[in-house]
Design a protein around this ligand. Structure first.
Ligand code: GCO
Length: 488
């Protein structure tokens, strides 16, 4: 997407508004939900026939995850399903975005379904429906069956084809009960952090594989929707969730730096998915890495599926400039440094540290970026409904035991959510067709390379006892979800 409007020569239009408008009311049919992901919460990694995923392998590799944490137990959600469903109900959630672990359904990524895996998600879906909560199912939130990685993972085409078969299995099993299907969560991370920088599973640092992964993930998206459409028995919404980058530029050549990062970070996905073509400048920028000959005839037509709703994840902004080639190169793009680059072909771009305030992830808090992103998408894709499928913040919460009941007074998180919801509301007021908002996350969980050290939940999880404690932000959000009005 083009966000030239955010580049203002040598200055950046950030931090000019506090986004604390009062008394905002959302449209009556606006959906308030929360989101999680299988590997981050389920645990039960070796139960009921679940196969190994690339995240099992990666997290068990020494040195990859802070404190050597793994998702083996996580929030033990697999065994606490009923309690967690009741929790969602108590928070007035209207929808719940969860992901299905592919290796629970097909332990090696191919072959017949594992019935116990299907049964678990079936109970989850029925439990949501019984409580009046809409199921929003993500097919892939990064836990690729390890057996498929052993055959080349997302760098090979056969993984995309296997994904289509997997979609057909889950579509057949759950296809009358899912409100919204999301094919992929943040393919940017799967491709570039998994195969480019090495910060995520499978931990490779190969720029050509990263670009192949981009295409095969896009293809998987198209094949999955094609497969689902054939088997589902209701009339669901189809979507994908992208972490689109709000890219601001500074210095000489700012526009070119912004353009390169937008091409890799945004248009590499929105191009094929929403326009049926890879952007010419992306192909040009990466021509020394690959000739893109892995894109076969007919692929783009498969990828270019009409989407009922585009899922947008937003946390913060990026500030880039052209590197002078002399000073130490800055890489403040918010991701763990693991040796490789998540930006293949953009070796002349550096990511500049931005002014605070920051969350516990070190990400700058900038609600205006969300408004700008939604408006830019609306301008480029005027008829495309959208929803915010993730937004939220990690903070260093403390438990207050001084009262009758323990509490977490996470005013910083409430402030973050309030300001970003204000940004979303401003976008709606300017005509953006925004259908809903999902807070990341329902509960504290395994934050990938950072293990359990970063708490994103509106519900606290005590990892020793697995006790769930709604934070003040959860109570605040519950009020919003029932009233449609931003609480004061
Ligand atoms: C992602 C994932 C989540 C993360 C969240 C915070 O967007 O990276 O969807 O799994 O936990 O974004 O980093």
């Amino acid at each position: 997407m083009t966000q030239g409007n955010t580049v203002t020569g040598n200055t950046v239009t950030q931090g000019t508004s506090d986004y604390r408008d009062g008394g905002l009311v959302f449209p009556a049919d606006f959906t308030f939900g929360s989101a999680t992901a299988s590997y981050q919460i389920e645990g039960a990694a070796n139960e009921d026939g679940r196969g190994a995923s690339i995240w099992d392998t990666f997290s068990h590799t020494p040195g990859t995850i802070t404190n050597g944490d793994t998702g083996d137990v996580a929030d033990d959600h697999y065994h606490r399903l009923e309690e967690d469903l009741d929790l969602m109900k108590s928070l007035n959630l209207q929808a719940y975005r969860f992901s299905i672990a592919w290796p629970r359904i097909q332990p090696t990524g191919r072959g017949p379904a594992n019935q116990a895996g299907l049964d678990f998600y079936s109970r989850l879906i029925d439990g949501l429906i019984a409580r009046g909560i809409r199921p929003v199912a993500t097919l892939y939130h990064w836990d690729l069956p390890q057996a498929l990685e052993d055959e080349g993972g997302w760098a090979v085409r056969s993984t995309a084809e296997a994904f289509g078969d997997y979609a057909s299995i889950v579509g057949t099993a759950f296809g009358g009960r899912i409100h919204t299907w999301t094919t992929l969560n943040e393919p940017w991370c799967s491709a570039y952090l998994g195969y480019g920088s090495g910060a995520h599973a499978p931990g490779l640092t190969d720029p050509e594989k990263a670009l192949k992964a981009v295409h095969h993930l896009n293809l998987a998206h198209g094949l999955a929707i094609t497969a689902l459409r054939k088997v589902v028995t209701n009339d669901p919404q189809y979507s994908v969730t992208l972490n689109l980058h709000v890219v601001l530029g500074e210095g000489t050549g700012a526009a070119d730096a912004v353009r390169q990062i937008e091409a890799l970070g945004n248009r590499a996905f929105t191009g094929p998915m929403l326009k049926g073509a890879y952007p010419a400048d992306l192909l040009e920028d990466t021509k020394e890495i690959t000739d893109w000959s892995f894109v076969q005839g007919g692929d783009l037509a498969v990828i270019n599926q009409p989407l009922d709703v585009l899922g947008v994840n937003y946390y913060s902004t990026n500030l880039v400039r052209l590197w002078d080639g002399v000073s130490p190169r800055q890489n403040a793009d918010g991701h763990k440094d693991a040796g490789g680059s998540p930006w293949p072909g953009a070796s002349r771009v550096e990511f500049v540290q931005q002014p605070g305030p920051y969350t516990e992830m070190g990400w700058n808090i900038e609600p205006s970026g969300l408004e700008e992103l939604l408006l830019a998408l609306h301008t480029e894709f005027p008829n495309q409904p959208m929803m915010i499928t993730e937004n939220g913040a990690a903070f260093d919460d403390t438990v207050d035991d001084s009262g009758e009941h323990a509490a977490v007074h996470d005013l910083d998180r409430i402030d973050y959510l309030r300001r970003h919801l204000t940004a979303a509301h401003r976008a709606v007021a300017q005509g953006v067709d925004l259908r809903g908002y999902f807070v990341w996350s329902l509960m504290d969980n395994f934050e990938w390379g950072y293990g359990y050290t970063k708490r994103f939940g509106i519900v606290r999880v005590d990892y020793d006892t697995q006790v769930r404690l709604p934070k003040d932000s959860a109570l605040w959000y519950a009020e919003l979800a029932s009233s449609n009005r931003l609480p004061d």
